[in-house]
Design a protein. Structure first.
Length: 230
């Protein structure tokens, strides 16, 4: 069964006398274990589509299913629980809390879900080792590099074992070397751990790491290409 089903998704934003059509009847599916890249110029609808897939917004028309759940039928509390339990998010700006150590930032989703402390600590340490920042766990975000902050953000996104990892321009605030390292890390996590990834980017080198490429333009899906076999 598909993990994500987008069926005729449209999103319209009110903007004065001329509403903005951010998405126009977009349909696709994502299978468990896929690594899918959304690619297109700024303003083409990539982030809007990620927000819908991540239950952060509602479509104007169409529907989206995640793990068989029709997001349009869920109330706000149920959508919050689904985001907390089933989805991990990685953002361009890292979004780490400056007053928490990297260890506490990574643990946050488990704390919100009231996971046992021993289980949470084991998951934090295992993922920190996996992403290469085990030696930085006691540091604060201001004490580490941008690449290390994004590694912590990736660990945080995976610590609660979500069904789907959503990454919105995860290399956008990094230099080319750090960005390449993050892309390689995501590819390894997808291959070795079976993490399902839906990633938005405008960079061809980032999109090349994915096994499937969805190209967008003016709010529409214009191409769907498998770039490598599983």
């Amino acid at each position: 069964m598909a993990l994500v089903v987008a069926d005729g998704l449209s999103k319209r934003y009110a903007a004065g006398e001329a509403p903005v059509e951010a998405l126009r009847s977009v349909s696709f599916t994502v299978a468990p274990g896929d690594f899918v890249a959304l690619m297109g110029p700024s303003g083409c609808g990539k982030s809007t589509l990620l927000h819908l897939c991540g239950a952060m917004d509602r479509p104007t028309a169409g529907r989206i299913l995640l793990d068989g759940h029709d997001l349009a039928t869920l109330d706000d509390a149920a959508r919050t629980r689904l985001r907390r339990d089933r989805i991990g998010f990685v953002f361009q700006a890292f979004n780490l809390l400056s007053t928490l150590t990297l260890a506490d930032n990574i643990a946050l989703p488990c704390l919100l879900a009231r996971r046992p402390a021993r289980e949470t600590d084991a998951r934090v340490r295992a993922l920190a080792t996996r992403v290469g920042i085990a030696h930085r766990l006691s540091h604060y975000p201001s004490q580490v590099s941008g690449g290390e902050m994004q590694r912590a953000a990736i660990a945080r996104a995976l610590v609660h074992e979500p069904s789907l990892l959503i990454a919105d321009e995860p290399t956008g605030n990094l230099d080319s070397a750090s960005g390449a390292t993050i892309v390689s890390l995501l590819s390894d996590l997808n291959r070795d751990l079976g993490v399902t990834i839906l990633l938005a980017t405008h960079a061809t080198d980032v999109a090349a790491a994915a096994g499937r490429l969805l190209r967008m333009r003016d709010g529409q899906l214009i191409d769907d290409t498998v770039t490598r076999s599983a």
